[in-house]
Design a protein around this ligand. Sequence first.
Ligand code: SAH
Length: 349
Amino acid sequence: MDNKRKNIRNQEYSELMDFFNDLNEKKFRLTQLSEWLWKKGSESFQEMKNLPQSLKEKLEQQYYIDKIKPVFQTSGKDKTTKFLFQSVDDHKFEGVLIPDKDRVTACISTQIGCQLNCSFCATGKIGYKRNLTTGEIFDEVFLLNKLSNDIFAKNLSNIVIMGMGEPLLNYGNTINAINIIMSENGMGMSPQRITLSTAGVVPGIKKLADDNIKFNLSISLHSADNEKRSTIMPVNKKYDLEALKKAIKYFYEKTGTRVTYEYLMLGGINDSIEDAVKLTEFTKISPCKINLIQYNSTEKSEYKNTSKEKLQDFFNFLENKNLIVTLRKSKGQDINAACGQLANKNNIL
Ligand code: SAH
């Protein structure tokens, strides 16, 4: 990478059209280029076999491809496999493959580090470096799909945007990448198999509604009590529960899609029946699902797990209120690949 050349996968289609027109290149060359950049996942212009050599050289002079590469991988007892990716400017970030019976789910990152600093999450602790680009987010899925074929002999069945970073603070690049992943010119993945998770960035949720997205939305709620939520998730000071409620209502009205609430069970913090009552109240705004998540300890862990009995009581309470509740099995704990454990310091820095 250098300062003069431009990132080709960041260019507007119209800019590339102009570039091709100036060179008197035919339009179909742009289609060919685009296939190499996305569908075939090229790392260099030289490997674009059906483009004339002169065009490849012109492209090389003007542009670079910000292709990421896997530099490290580690597998857990449950076959969950964590990958460390490296960007062309030498940043590291993580993606995870989670196999389960007939499925393989990829968990991908959208930022290098995170600005939100949730108290239970490891990513916040490493600070924020930068947004991932559209190309880099696409590459994670592309490469994880390839790796899933190598390791499990299966294509990816699902994608969860629950790795490092807050996707709605990198809205444009994340949505562009998802659009390409869904498009026939990219990976042709169905929107029902994609889930974006947010800590509750209200303007982003409204924008998803206005953009009438077709993929699934998860909200990391973790507490339906304003004061409590602000202490564990500082983002709540900016967008409190009232604002979040309004945004979710708006999202449901516009898209008709039920959201999923992620609720991390933190022993003695948010796991009482009183907390369950508040959660029930909050979720009345629209049809929804609730995922209870077990806490995964991180390096500077200050929380403990909810006891089995308390978890069962909490679960039963919600079910008795006719809510759809699931208890999410946590995978990859032994390799620090579980929720909130990415950005494990030894690997990242
Ligand atoms: N910023 C987005 C996506 C990344 S976090 C969001 O907040 O949703 C993905 C999920 O992992 C979130 O639900 C998050 O709250 C959860 N998580 C973070 N740290 C965790 C930990 N230590 N144990 C279990 N889940 C955790």
